[in-house]
Design a protein around this ligand. Structure first.
Ligand SMILES: [Zn+2]
Length: 357
């Protein structure tokens, strides 16, 4: 029977993370068990393999007979992991939940239900905040003894998206971890991680991917015979990705590579308010999900920034870029502050128009 098991084998361009995982799983000099820490902080930009690294490392940690970093594929734990039902692998994710309506629903959900929600959770389009109730419920489930009799692994994706109170709750657990439990905590930059959490975790660093790696992964993910993803579209997506295959794929999914004319006309060109209306229309084509509209707005600003830089480089006219950069920076800040996409785009266009006069 062939099974798809999560493994770190597919991880590209993350050699130092692989070394850290291998060191954790290496058999001690005395032939004794591997020296696994209570918590690992997998830090680095989004979309470079932290999630895949955590899933593969968790599978190897739970396996009864891992061969180096590779799970054996034959033990009970590997069987559970292949089926996505391992009772001692729990997690919370800004992408899949579990998202509870309220504290009551969180309390009522049994351990099995909580674990299933994590394993079977549907990916949502834009990531959400993780409420403290989800953190508490995860810790309740972890306090039970391991169903498989061995280690328990908790994956937290990611610390940046947990409500403040949830981070404090998690910290208490890292200080006094449940027995035989390993936490795999994902985070962006370590500078945003509280020192109290840093001091409890072994750090595993993930780096931005080289452009060649992003290009290769992007082409592999694209459906074969996708004429739309021609060479220039791929190059545009690779440059926008800034080392994140997750970002390149998201940009491809929303069709950002088709929006260069829109960005040029709507925000950089002389088309005036009609141009910016077209840009708003594209953002609204995402549907009514505000988070998804913000993703489109942010990516459209990034595309505009890239095209403005290109134009300044070819024309040697840096003055237009000087006028645009503060306006675009203000636009990114407004998106981050949850200002409505229409307001962001109109304010940006107004600032650019003013600077031109
Ligand atoms: Zn195994």
């Amino acid at each position: 029977m062939s099974r798809e098991l999560c493994s770190v084998a597919g991880l590209r361009g993350q050699e130092s993370a692989l070394r850290a995982f291998a060191a954790a799983l290496a058999v001690g000099v005395d032939g004794g068990p591997a020296r696994v820490a209570g918590a690992y902080l997998l830090h680095g930009p989004e979309g470079v393999g932290r999630g895949m690294g955590a899933a593969g490392f968790a599978t190897a940690l739970l396996c009864a007979n891992p061969r180096g970093l590779a799970p054996c594929g034959e033990c009970k734990a590997c069987g559970w992991n292949a089926a996505g039902t391992h009772p001692d692998l729990v997690g919370i994710s800004a992408e899949t939940g579990p998202f509870f309506k309220d504290d009551g629903e969180a309390r009522r959900s049994g351990p099995g239900q909580f674990i299933r929600a994590y394993h079977d959770g549907q990916k949502i389009r834009a990531r959400r905040r993780i409420p403290v109730r989800a953190v508490r419920r995860m810790l309740d489930v972890l306090s039970l003894s391991a169903a498989g009799g061995g280690r328990k692994v908790a994956v937290i994706d990611s610390l940046d998206e947990i409500e403040e109170e949830g981070v404090a709750t998690l910290l208490k657990s890292l200080e006094e971890p449940p027995p035989s439990t390993t936490f795999l905590v994902l985070a962006g930059g370590v500078d945003r991680v509280p020192d109290t959490i840093l001091s409890r975790c072994q750090r595993v660093r993930f780096r931005p991917l080289a452009p060649d790696v992003v290009r290769e992964l992007l082409l592999r993910a694209a459906p074969t015979g996708d004429d739309e993803l021609n060479d220039s579209a791929v190059e545009l997506l690779v440059r926008l990705a800034q080392g994140s295959i997750g970002r390149a794929l998201r940009a491809a999914r929303i069709g950002l590579h088709h929006q260069a004319p829109l960005a040029l006309r709507g925000l950089l060109g002389p088309a005036g308010p009609r141009g910016v209306d077209d840009a708003c229309a594209w953002v609204h084509a995402a549907g009514r999900d505000l988070a998804e509209q913000r993703v489109r707005t942010r990516e459209l600003l990034a595309l505009t920034m890239l095209l403005a830089r290109d134009r300044a480089a070819t024309s040697g006219g840096a003055s237009e870029l000087d006028a645009l950069l503060p306006a675009l920076t203000a636009g990114f800040e407004s998106v981050g502050a949850n200002v409505s996409p229409d307001l962001v785009l109109h304010a940006l266009w107004a600032r650019v128009a003013r600077a031109r006069r």
